[in-house]
Design a protein. Structure first.
Length: 295
């Protein structure tokens, strides 16, 4: 199994992958990215990831230099070179290499990198036992600063959040906005269930509209389960009947404790388990529709 990086058209083994120290992604965090995973060897929900990459690029006024077919081809090349049964991919586009300074015209062309590494199976039973979260003092960036809706490589805020979560003995940290409402985790979206209603904060709370979040909302609605995008505070999360996180490399992940206090009986709840089942079934159906993998 291999870790490889595709850089501007060429695949390198992990230890030989290099980028200029004048790349503005490195100098300024002036970059965007997507985390994509495979399902039966193929990129899962790739259309949605490419659409969000374009939306992030537009938000930072970065002109992408290839079409979706170009990204698909590059991803295929990277997956083939990595040779892993299932992969986690990180597609990064930076402002490019240029002189020191903020002006975008200093960088004639973006840099594109695709990292591939083996993916821990999404259905790993150990993962599905659930995780503990902590409510963080570190706030989510304001929507009028570096908007959380941009999947930006400028991740220091999230890294500070992850530090705090770790220091509190939690697996993931939940960030609030300035109004005290729950936004999302440092690398996941968050849902709660109260009296049978599934609730997740709306984009206006200031969050990344996760691909998994969107997929889960669609599955719940299609199954006739009551769902709402509505704000809630940390007190409501603590008092929830159930809670869970969503993210590309984890799928649906039960929250079993908030700030050290168990959520209900401290085990994944029935609605969370039902959604996990719906998610697996939908994923299998998509894989079957795509047909057997060539090669
Ligand atoms: N929020 C943040 C801050 C994230 O970094 C991620 C992971 N990309 C998510 C939510 C989940 O999004 P997705 O389902 O698209 O992976």
């Amino acid at each position: 199994m291999g870790e490889v990086v595709w850089i501007n058209g060429r695949v390198w083994p992990r230890d030989e992958a290099r980028i200029s120290v004048y790349d503005h992604g490195f100098l300024y965090g002036d970059s965007i990215y997507e985390t994509v995973r495979t399902s039966r060897g193929r990129p899962f929900l790739l259309d949605r990831h490419l659409a969000r990459l374009r939306s992030s690029a537009a938000a930072i006024r970065l002109a992408l230099d290839r079409d979706d077919a170009g990204y698909r081809h590059a991803i295929q090349e990277t997956l083939a070179a990595g040779g892993n049964p299932e992969s986690a991919l990180r597609v990064v586009v930076t402002r490019g290499v240029g002189d020191i300074g903020y002006a975008h015209r200093l960088c004639p062309a973006p840099s594109t990198l695709i990292y591939a590494r083996p993916l821990r199976p999404i259905r790993d039973p150990a993962l599905r036992q659930g995780v503990r979260v902590a409510i963080l003092d570190v706030l989510r960036n304001d929507r009028r600063a570096v908007s959380p809706a941009i999947k930006s490589g400028n991740l220091l805020n999230n890294i500070l959040g992850a530090f705090e979560a770790e220091s509190k003995g939690a697996d993931e940290g939940i960030m609030l906005n300035r109004g005290g409402q729950v936004t999302e985790g440092t690398m996941t979206n968050v849902f709660m269930v109260k009296s049978g209603v599934i609730r997740t904060p709306p984009p206006e709370a200031g969050l990344l509209p996760g691909i998994t979040r969107g997929f889960v909302l669609e599955l719940a609605r299609a199954a006739g389960m009551p769902v709402e995008e509505a704000p809630f505070g940390p007190g409501e999360l603590r008092a929830a009947d159930e809670a869970f996180l969503t993210g590309t490399t984890r799928g649906v992940l039960a929250i079993v404790a908030v700030d050290g206090t168990p959520v209900a009986d401290g085990r994944p709840g029935p609605i969370t388990l039902r959604l996990t089942g719906l998610f697996d079934t939908a994923e299998d159906r998509l894989a079957e529709r795509a047909g057997p993998q060539a090669g």
